[in-house]
Ligand binder design. Structure first.
Ligand SMILES: [Fe+2]
Ligand SMILES: [Fe+2]
Length: 305
């Protein structure tokens, strides 16, 4: 059941915000896309409000592994804990990247890099946020998508893809995000969903969770896409009830580049993206608010609406 959906942001920006605050917070950003120099400048300005703040980085840091490492290392030097999940862009295999790995080996390489700089990943023990708004298990997930967010008129994924292709909408992942050794991306997604469900079920059932995934866990956030066919590359219906099943107090995601908070069953779904310069610079002109004042977004304690 949808309780509420709005365009409010849960960030620390806005009137009266002070960069240094008195209580620790669980914060989030996503889609930093540091390939762009304007975005690198924004990342360079990201700072915690206290020495105990944690930062979730919900994917699409960059395409090249060296760029991902640059951003995560910088943030890890500043925040008490950094938690990363992969986006589709980290998983792209492009000719210009010295790291030529594809699919699962590429993901494992990124996990190893994160471990070398003390950044948590979906492969590590889920940490417990004990600060204000906690305790809550923070669960970084890597779930991918499986072409089940179907466009109108489609009954199957094949029909959905057919409709998308005819509309001229095809995600670049089709060319650059290889599923090796899985037969296809939907199979890789199914394996990730099984493994993630197993790990979530093994956690303390008394504790609520903060679920983190690059792609939205539910279909609702994709309803405002300019090209609705793009939803095929945005998630899986297999996680539609995970915020209820796993006792979420908040869900963090990115990928859509539509930063906002929607509410489902009383749970805030926080889209924490920066996005491409042309996108956030347009929003700055439209809203009169500097993007640097909106990031990172506060997850816990849950900001007042
Ligand atoms: Fe992105
Ligand atoms: Fe993405």
């Amino acid at each position: 059941m949808i309780v509420r959906a709005d365009l409010a942001v849960a960030g620390p920006g806005g009137a009266g915000y002070e960069r240094r605050v008195s209580t620790p917070r669980l914060l989030a950003v996503s889609d930093l896309h540091v390939r762009y120099s304007d975005n690198r400048a924004i990342v360079d300005g990201l700072r915690p409000g206290t020495d105990q703040d944690w930062l979730i980085v919900a994917g699409d840091v960059a395409e090249q592994v060296a760029d991902v490492e640059w951003a995560l290392r910088l943030l890890r030097d500043r925040f008490a804990r950094v938690i990363w999940v992969p986006g589709n862009h980290e998983l792209w295999s492009r000719a210009k990247d010295p790291v030529s790995l594809r699919g699962e080996p590429r993901y494992r390489h990124l996990v190893a890099m994160c471990r070398s700089i003390d950044v948590l990943t979906p492969e590590d023990d889920f940490p417990v946020w004990d600060g204000p708004g906690g305790p809550a298990t923070v669960a970084p997930l890597f779930l991918l998508y499986d072409y089940t967010f179907l466009p109108t008129g489609a009954a199957t994924s094949e029909q959905g893809l057919d409709i998308a292709i005819k509309a001229g909408v095809v995600c670049t992942d089709e060319h650059l995000l290889h599923p090796d050794p899985h037969p296809d991306r939907a199979s890789w997604c199914a394996a990730r969903v099984r493994e993630s469900a197993r790990r979530l079920a093994s956690r303390d059932p008394q504790l609520p969770t903060v679920l983190v995934n690059h792609w939205p866990l539910t279909r609702l956030p994709t309803r405002v896409l300019r090209h609705p066919e793009f939803a095929l590359w945005c998630g899986t219906v297999a996680t539609a009830d995970w915020h209820r099943r796993y006792r979420a107090v908040a869900v963090v995601y990115g990928h859509l580049h539509i930063p906002r908070v929607t509410w489902e069953d009383g749970v805030p779904f926080v889209e924490a993206s920066l996005g491409y310069p042309r996108e956030w610079q347009l929003r700055e002109r439209r809203d009169g608010v500097a993007v640097a004042d909106l990031l990172p977004r506060q997850v816990l304690p849950i900001p007042e609406r």
